[in-house]
Design a protein around this ligand. Sequence first.
Ligand code: GDP
Ligand code: MG
Length: 436
Amino acid sequence: GLSEKLQETFKKLRGKGKLNEADVTAAMREVRMALLEADVNFKVVKDFVAKVKERAVGAEVLESLSPAQQVVKIVHEELIALMGGAESKIQISPKPPTIIMLVGLQGAGKTTHAAKLASLLKKQGKHPLMVACDIYRPAAVKQLEVLGEQIKVPVFAQAGRAAAEIARAGAESALRQGADVLIIDTAGRLHINEELMGELQEIKAQVQPQEILLVVDAMTGQDAVNVAETFHARLGLDGVILTKLDGDTRGGAALSVRAVTGCPIKFAGVGEKIEALEAFYPDRMASRILGMGDVLTLIEKAQQAFDEKKAAEMQQKLRKQEFSLEDFLEQMQQLKKMGPLASIMEMIPGIGKQLKDVTIDEKDMAHVEAIIRSMTPDERRKPSIIKDSRKRRIAKGSGTSIQEVGRLLKQFEQMQKMMKQFAGGLPGGLGKGKKG
Ligand code: GDP
Ligand code: MG
């Protein structure tokens, strides 16, 4: 992917004493290729490369950094700028209800994200109401109602009326029932057409939303950018929700949408589940693209799953190197809650690669648990005392094999090493110590 390619490029710059124009030109040629391959809009790539080159060869050379670090730093900063700089929030109207209208092509994720957004806002103490304005397919209304039931958010629907009328009635209903956020789910089409645009413009005219958010599928790459341009020209978008970023996307859409339309990406959809919605932070996305790992997102995810006290305890333990097999087991179970283990580990800088030898198959979790449960408390705290006879006893007790016990101990040892790195890198690792 894009991040591997860029890392390769930067590796070549390592070991250079001073950065000259030829080095930068060569590196930027590869950055350019990597971006184009990731389906970033070619005009965006051209501007980007020119900007980085100018800065890299120019006066901004920092003594304290290696040449490769200098280029990485500049590329990182420019990637952030490309994606709009800071996080963009949705505007809450001082006069409720705040009206959020979701638009986009069919299958982009509008209905799913109406519910994700409603659920997020509800957690923040709001009282959302969702309005079903996709009137062409009865299944679409039903889909929203099912989601509404799941997250306990009311859904407003009316049969036999035009979408704009339903939206308006929904807004009136919000006022009556004291809902402070109205989320309008609209119909999509496979392709942009006049009928769709006309209908969306009518809805907009009827309810004057604070936020018109384009829901766009990140997997569609360059198409996402074209779609965004058209919707923006017709409706005036306030932001973008980039969905399916959990998939095998090439990252191009995230990089170009903002640059081409000027609309900020406000949220990222990272899965089919209701909770799979994240605020979009350009700096984190840039770090991810560069393969620096996304420590901040990792920490945020960790904090959602752990209670804060536990997290603090773990940090202490990591710092003091007191991390035991019992903690290991607990961590694995916590990690399971956070999502696929590999995707979590990938976010830790430098660990993505090492994962190859430290694969923790989630199916093996039950075995791991059995093995650790068969250890004495002493063994759990100090696995180094586990020699052959203890291994045999543990294998028997857990119904596993000596090899499996050995493998777990080895994995644990490697995990401890990684944890040590991680703890050491904690806020310094990325060098920025940024707090989102
Ligand atoms: P709509 O036609 O725009 O309303 O799209 P839907 O909300 O019905 O979503 C279409 C499909 O995409 C559904 O199967 C969703 O579960 C799926 N989907 C939506 N958002 C995401 C996402 O962020 N990640 C993944 N993996 N799937 C998503
Ligand atoms: Mg829908």
